[in-house]
Design a protein around this ligand. Structure first.
Ligand code: PMP
Ligand code: GLU
Length: 397
């Protein structure tokens, strides 16, 4: 045995794997339309890029920063949370991390002991379960069915609760379903968590990407007791088109944040200095461009949704936020003569040259995920190719 058991057991990220595979085929000259990885297709706004250049020229990007982040960014984050959540935190309740992904990673490392359980509503974002396992915790899955609008209820959560339940992860708007929990639903879950001494991990990364009049409610804002028991996870990747800069953050209980800082001090030292200066500008500078991007996503959602819904064997719930469609394709898999979602997704890639992500990685093997963070020409052409693929396959069966 060369590798650790941990490494042997690890499932790599299916979203990143699908995107890498699509890119490799593209590099071979094949005309692949990739709707895989969830990242805005826009350039980072100009004022943010300019702030990064300024930081580099001023020599600020040359050096380590405090592990928890530069003071001006921690301050900008508390101001941002004050503005959008209506909540006041001290700057020492904030850690800046290498993407929200690493905020979650250090949080699980700080919170979990062996066999501690974390409840995850299914479908879930691909990294939650693996990060929990890396911290030797146990993910406990609770099914949020399409019939229930991809939401879990308190009675389901209570049935999954044990003496080992340490935390629950909420992600609203959700990746991959785009569903948003209402205030009342969140309040019920929050009160249940408080009553049972369960930490709430609120992954709010898509909180600003909401469409067609739907609103994001931050669970932390629903009562003081809920706030005290919630760790907010957020970042600039999605809202500001900054996935490559790798800046996320966590906000909440000072002891937990302190432990996360200690862990990060031994793991990465600090997030990239240049990215932190760019993130200060993102959070404090002109905000006009983010509404322009939000509106573009909304338009694409509204235009793409009917095209995907019209594909034979696809059943779809209209998302309210994030930038994914998550159709149930159970019937289409059968119509095309396949057995599994992975075969269907592979067929789409190899024959229709459209790359999407299998729902299996999200705990939902009847589904596939389409990211609509792409230009309209690509989306329309991809929808047509998927439609034609299913039509042709079913006629040939
Ligand atoms: N949470 C969810 C639900 C996500 O989709 C992503 C996207 N990768 C992240 C967290 C992490 O984002 P990042 O690390 O780019 O900040
Ligand atoms: N959150 C994005 C996605 O779901 C980025 C990829 C990843 O970090 O796994 O596609």
């Amino acid at each position: 045995m060369v590798l650790s058991k941990r490494a042997e057991k690890l499932e790599p990220s299916v979203t990143l794997a699908a995107s890498a595979k699509a890119k490799a085929l593209k590099d071979q000259g094949i005309d692949i339309l990739s709707l895989t990885v969830g990242e805005p297709d826009f350039f980072t706004p100009e004022n943010i890029r300019a702030a990064a250049f300024t930081a580099i020229e001023a020599g600020k990007a040359s050096f380590y920063t405090p592990t928890a982040g530069i003071p001006e960014l921690r301050k900008a984050i508390t101001n941002y949370i004050k503005e959008f959540y209506g909540l006041s935190y001290d700057t020492n309740q904030v850690i800046v991390t290498d993407g929200a992904k690493f905020a979650l990673y250090t949080l699980f490392q700080a919170l979990l002991d062996e066999a501690d359980e974390v409840i995850i509503p299914v479908p879930y974002w691909v990294s939650y379960a693996e990060q929990i396992r890396l911290a030797e915790g146990t993910p406990v899955f609770v099914e949020a069915t399409q019939e229930a609008d991809f939401k879990v209820t308190v009675s389901q959560l209570d049935a999954a609760r044990t003496s080992k339940t340490k935390a629950i992860i909420l992600n609203s708007p959700a990746n991959p379903t785009g569903v948003i929990y209402t205030k009342d639903e969140l309040l019920a879950i929050g009160e249940w968590a408080v009553a049972n001494d369960i930490w709430i991990i609120s992954d709010d990364i898509y909180g600003r990407l909401v469409y067609n009049g739907h609103e994001f409610t931050p669970i932390a804002a629903l009562s003081d007791a809920i706030r005290k028991q919630t760790i907010i996870i957020n970042g600039v990747s999605k809202t500001y088109a900054m996935t490559g800069w790798r800046i996320g953050f966590a906000v909440g209980d000072q002891r937990i944040i302190g432990a996360m800082i200690d862990i990060a001090s031994q793991a990465t030292s600090n997030p990239p200095a240049v990215s932190q200066y760019a993130a200060v500008e993102a959070l404090t500078g002109n905000q006009d461009s983010i509404e322009v991007m939000r509106q573009a996503f909304e338009q694409r959602l509204n235009d793409l949704y009917p095209l995907i819904e019209a594909i034979p064997g696809f059943t779809l719930t209209k998302p309210q936020g994030a930038f994914y469609l998550f159709p149930n394709v159970r019937e289409a898999i059968q119509l095309c003569g396949y057995q599994t979602i992975d075969e269907f997704v592979e067929g789409l890639l190899v024959e229709a040259h459209v790359a999407v992500v299998t729902g299996a990685g999200f705990g939902a093997p009847d589904y596939l995920r389409i990211s609509y963070a792409a230009d309209w020409h690509t989306l329309a052409e991809a929808a047509k190719r998927i439609h034609d693929f299913v039509e042709n396959k079913r006629q040939n069966i």
